[in-house]
Ligand binder design. Structure first.
Ligand code: E4P
Length: 215
């Protein structure tokens, strides 16, 4: 499973990149608002750090506006993927972007039928938001299972990008279910590495190392 970092913070993106952990980046307007810089500047900076798909989201909600914004965003760097909301106007834009060879990420996916339509429109990625489903008392990971199965059944090429990942359990379940990608906040990326037995074992090794005679 590929790992993307879900962030607009170039400092943490740089750190995750140095760990060799990430294959790409997803952003959204809420994440970029925290960066305090214009979107095109932050996206350009991210593209210099990570050599992989970088999702940048449109703000427009009408097809023409989405197309206009998306065509500007892809000028920033060839790795930019246009993130489009899964609404009727958005899906039309996804179809046009696909015909133009522009990669898309159909975002704010909360149901299997939405994911099926995204695939039919040729989306490169579909982003089901598992954490936000959990928040309303629905098991978000069940949606991942459904979409992976549907895409497999019909050989769709759209990649399932598990999003709104809030914990390591989401991440592990996504990998077990065959999600192609998980986009993960930096805090959770660091948690993936943590285990108390690793810390305990290391402390013991360092203690015992003191007893080794010097040559
Ligand atoms: C996905 O691309 C979104 O940026 C993100 O995963 C949303 O996560 P949240 O529900 O934690 O805000």
């Amino acid at each position: 499973m590929k790992i993307f970092i879900d962030s607009g913070d170039v400092g943490e993106i740089r750190e995750a990149q140095a760990m060799g952990a990430i294959d790409g980046v997803t952003t959204n307007p809420s994440l970029l608002a925290k960066a305090g810089k214009p979107t095109n500047e932050v996206i350009a900076e991210i593209c210099e750090i990570v050599d992989g798909p970088i999702s940048a989201e449109v703000i427009a909600t009408d097809t023409d506006g989405i197309l206009r914004e998306g065509r500007e965003l892809v000028k920033i760097h060839p790795n930019v993927v246009i993130k489009v909301p899964l609404i009727a106007e958005g899906i039309k834009a996804v179809k046009t972007f696909t015909d133009e060879g522009i990669k898309t990420n159909a975002t704010l996916c909360f149901s299997a039928p939405q994911a099926l339509l995204a695939a039919k429109a040729g989306a490169t990625y579909v982003s089901p938001f598992v954490g936000r489903l959990d928040d309303i008392g629905v098991d978000g990971m069940e949606l991942i299972e459904q979409i992976v199965t549907i895409y497999d059944n019909y050989d769709f090429e759209t990649e399932v990008l598990t999003a709104s990942v809030r914990n390591t359990t989401h991440f592990i379940r996504a990998a077990l279910m065959g999600s192609h990608v998980a986009t993960v906040p930096f805090k959770v990326i660091k948690q993936l590495l943590e285990h108390p037995l690793t810390d305990k074992g290391l402390a013991q090794f360092l203690e015992d190392a003191k007893k080794i005679p010097k040559s």
